[in-house]
Design a protein around this ligand. Structure first.
Ligand code: FNR
Length: 371
């Protein structure tokens, strides 16, 4: 094992000082090696977008209403015919065995306990079939386009056969972002962390580039997915299909026109292009572009129940939680993730109680100001 492998010595009881996602972040920082910390906590470039993901939420204020009627209060939302008790899902994150020997299965155990939907990454360190079999409520599968359509179709059909309930196709990372913090820390994925979902797929033959052409623009990007590939995926996918990584109203409209069933407004947690906007800042325009019916989810920067509240107010139907659950996983495994999910649930309930919004439908744009 190298100093980049997963650590041991997970907490078996939750100490009193862990009461928020921020506390788990600080605790995880103490427990993880510098390279692993850079890999999970870092963003692209100068981390402008990473910081903006937080400052944009912090810049919004909540306007409370008094004396509301809470006799029918409820945090439930309906997505694609299923009721979710709480408007929060587990974002797809690669290589979770980096943080805990049970990896995705520890996160999933917490999701099962809290009846929270888990979105399994294409790059999970646990086979997609194992995750589906261990899911007590249907999970969703996050799909990355593979080098060939045959491989993409194979992955899609495996996910459908395994019992996933929706497919999330991630469109914002055709190449990796320039993550300078990771480069400086010298992180490389340890050899013992597997990626079983794609291990059987042959890597693409390298392209013969004309002299003087760009490896990025004429190499990788020439083979990157295009709208016609999304259309093709739509035609072959028998499940609700959501596009992840949308930041522009025009792309949101085009996704809807392509027949997608939902959109995830995301900047990949600030890990792709530095300089992208905070998702909460573009959400209202995207909601306006697609109308009120299309399910819109949002991630990047959710750390508090009040952040969930603000996203719901500005047009999201639900949110995805990213890094904070990795910090809880690295601290106390499934117990930590379950505790964190409970914290966020309680924070949202308190925000609803003290702002006079008894259900998700009542959290409308008039509930926040400052955007
Ligand atoms: C990610 N994310 C991601 N997204 C995706 O579609 N497939 C993936 O495999 C991964 N892997 C991944 C690894 C790590 C270490 C991180 C931090 C993120 C992005 C993820 O789904 C989500 O969009 C962001 O994490 C949300 O931002 P916050 O909550 O981390 O700020």
């Amino acid at each position: 094992m190298t100093n980049q492998s997963q650590q041991t010595g997970f907490l078996e009881n939750i100490p009193v000082h862990l009461v928020s996602a921020g506390d788990y972040e600080q605790e995880a920082r103490q427990r993880l090696s510098d390279p692993v910390w850079a890999q999970i906590a870092g963003g692209a470039g100068d981390e402008l977008t990473l910081r903006k993901n937080r400052s944009a939420f912090d810049a919004l204020d909540i306007i409370p209403r008094l004396l509301a009627d809470f006799r029918q209060a409820d945090t439930g939302v309906h997505l694609f015919g299923r009721r979710h008790k709480f408007p929060l899902l587990i974002a797809p994150i690669a290589h979770q065995q980096l943080l805990h020997p049970q990896g995705e299965l520890a996160t999933l155990a917490a999701a099962n306990a809290l009846e929270t939907t888990f979105i399994a990454s294409t790059l999970a360190s646990t086979p997609l079939e194992t995750i589906a079999a261990e899911s007590e409520q249907p999970s969703w599968f996050q799909l990355y386009f593979q080098p060939t359509r045959e491989q993409t179709l194979d992955l899609l059909q495996r996910a459908e056969a395994a019992g996933y309930e929706a497919i999330v196709v991630t469109l914002d990372a055709p190449i990796s972002g320039l993550r300078n913090r990771v480069q400086r820390a010298g992180f490389t994925l340890p050899a013992h962390i597997p990626t079983p979902n794609t291990a059987g797929y042959k890597p693409p033959a390298p392209r013969n580039l004309a002299p003087g052409s760009s490896v990025i623009l004429n190499g990788f990007m020439a083979d990157a997915p295009r709208w016609e590939d999304l259309q093709w995926l739509r035609e072959h996918c028998n499940l609700p299909l959501l596009a992840k990584g949308v930041l522009s109203p025009a792309d949101a409209e085009q996704c809807r026109a392509t027949g997608l069933d939902g959109i995830i407004v995301s900047n990949h947690g600030g890990r792709t292009l530095d300089g992208l906007p905070a998702t909460i800042d573009v959400l209202p325009a995207i909601r306006a572009a697609v109308g009120n019916e299309l399910p819109l989810l949002l991630d990047s920067g959710i750390r508090r129940g009040t952040d969930i509240f603000k996203a719901l107010a500005l047009g999201a139907d639900a949110v995805l939680l990213g890094r904070p659950y990795l910090y809880a996983l690295a601290t106390a495994g499934a117990l930590g993730v379950a505790h964190l999910l409970r914290i966020l649930r309680e924070e949202l309930e308190i925000a609803m109680a003290l702002s006079g919004r008894p259900d998700i439908r009542s959290i409308q744009p008039d509930a926040v100001t400052g955007s």
